[in-house]
Every structure is written in C-alpha cells, then in structure tokens.
Design a protein around this ligand. Structure first.
Ligand SMILES: *[C@@H]1O[C@H](CO)[C@@H](O)[C@H](O)[C@H]1NC(C)=O
Ligand SMILES: *[C@@H]1O[C@H](CO)[C@@H](O)[C@H](O)[C@H]1NC(C)=O
Length: 235
C-alpha cells in the first residue's frame, strides 16, 4: 500500500527532497502529518537520546537475550551494592556487519557518544512484581529494532525459541493479548469495540502486518522492522 511505502520510505523521501533543497511539501496525506517544528531551542544543541532503562529482577536472562541472541555487547555491569546493579548493553557501532567489532572497554569508553543503548537496572532483593507491557498495559510500550532481512531474523529468533507475538506478514486480529496490551489497546483499555475495530481495519496504513513482534524474557515487546521496504510483499 502506498501509505505503508510512505512510512517505510520516509527517510529516503526526505533525503531525496533535500537534494533539491526543498523541504517536504504540504501537510502529508491525512494519515501522516509531517512535523513543521522550526529549529530546536539553541540551548538543546547536541542533545541526543543515548539509552533507555528497563527495570528487571531477571538480569541474567535479560543479558542472555539482548546479548547472546540479539547481539548487543556488554559495556559493563556496575555492582553498585551487592543487591543493586546497573548494566549497559548496546550494538557495536563501529560497523553493524560485525567488522566493526569493539571490545567492552572500547564501547564503555565511547558510551556517551553511542545511541540506542539499553540500561538494565536490577534490585535483586525487590519484593515487587514487575509488570511487563505485554502483561499489563503501562507507560512502556516496546523496543524497536531495525534488521536488514526480517524473514531471516524471524527464522533466527524462532531457532532460539524466542516467543513470537506476531509473525511477519500477519495482521493483528482480536482485542486481547500481549501485543494489544503493549500497544495500549487490550483489555485494560476498556471495551470500546467500534474504536478498536476501526484500528484493526486501519492497520495497513502503518504497515503493522509487516512488523515482527517478539517478547524478551521479562515480557517487554520488541518490534522488528526491515530496514528497506520488502520488495516481494503482498502490500
Ligand atoms: C543478590 O545479589 C547478592 C550479591 O551477589 C547475592 O548474595 C544475593 O543472593 C542476591 N539475592 C537474590 C534474591 O538474588
Ligand atoms: C562492513 O562494514 C564496514 C564498516 O562499515 C564496511 O566498510 C564494509 O564494506 C562492510 N562489509 C560488508 C560485507 O558489508
């Protein structure tokens, strides 16, 4: 669908437009409304999103998933107290195809110049029961990954027994389940049947069918999208 291609090709579109020294024209197409913010406040020059933090009481399994399976590298574990630790993981950013290998100390040294890191904080004696967004809608929705080949990624994750919430090229159906919870449209959102049905019908506008959704060991949803729009797709 053209909307889906627009979504996927947005960056290409903007880059192509800039070749002709003009900004994307118009307000979008009614679904995608382009931002028209002017320049950011001068005081924010150099600001960047470096990491996001997940609370866990399941650190070893989380490190196994993000590290051994998804391929993020350990920057460090900081043992702040015997019970409290802070762990940083992230992709080596010297090259995504593996030739840009960086050691843990090298990554740690570059930490404040890296983007997309995950910080896992664990209070290992906590009496709390932490609710993942797939189990109970909350303010955290999902982590978004880009992969070069989503079909290969799906096969790879299945081989490693990663729970798949939604397969590639499968539309979302129904109003309950882990994906619905993580998107805030599940049972905790209330009945609202007509509004939910409208959303299910509209899902191809954002290419939801084409996304692969899996769960990490704590039940956080990981959304996986292919870098370039799939060419052989039915959409
Ligand atoms: C928390 O970590 C400390 C130090 O490693 C360990 O002695 C303790 O058994 C751990 N507690 C739990 C509940 O895992
Ligand atoms: C791997 O990444 C490096 C660094 O970005 C690049 O120079 C090289 O051409 C890439 N190799 C392949 C096979 O894509």
């Amino acid at each position: 669908m053209q909307y889906y291609r627009l979504f996927q090709g947005l960056l290409t579109f903007i880059l192509a437009s800039s070749v002709y020294s003009c900004a994307p024209s118009g307000d979008g197409d009614g679904v995608f409304v382009f931002g028209n913010d002017g320049p950011a406040p001068a005081a924010t020059l150099g600001y960047a999103i470096n990491h996001f933090g997940l609370t866990t009481t399941n650190l070893e399994n989380m490190k196994h998933f993000y590290g051994n399976i998804l391929g993020m590298r350990l920057l460090f574990d900081a043992h702040v107290t015997p019970e409290y630790s802070v762990t940083y993981l992230g992709y080596a950013q010297g090259g995504r195809n593996g030739t840009g290998f960086q050691t843990g100390p090298e990554l740690a040294a570059a930490k404040n110049n890296l983007y997309g890191l995950i910080e896992l904080v664990q209070f290992n004696v906590s009496s709390d029961h932490l609710h993942a967004s797939t189990q109970r809608s909350n303010t955290f929705s999902h982590i978004g990954l880009i992969v070069p080949d989503i079909v290969k990624a799906q096969a790879y994750l299945e081989e490693h027994n990663v729970p798949i919430i939604k397969r590639y090229e499968t539309p979302v159906t129904g109003f309950t389940g882990p994906l619905q919870n993580a998107f805030g449209i599940g049972e905790y959102a209330g009945k609202h049947t007509a509004a939910k049905e409208a959303l299910i019908k509209a899902q191809s506008l954002i290419g939801l069918e084409m996304l692969l959704m899996v769960e990490d060991p704590d039940g956080n949803m990981v959304e996986i999208q292919q870098q370039d729009p799939p060419t052989s797709s039915t959409l």
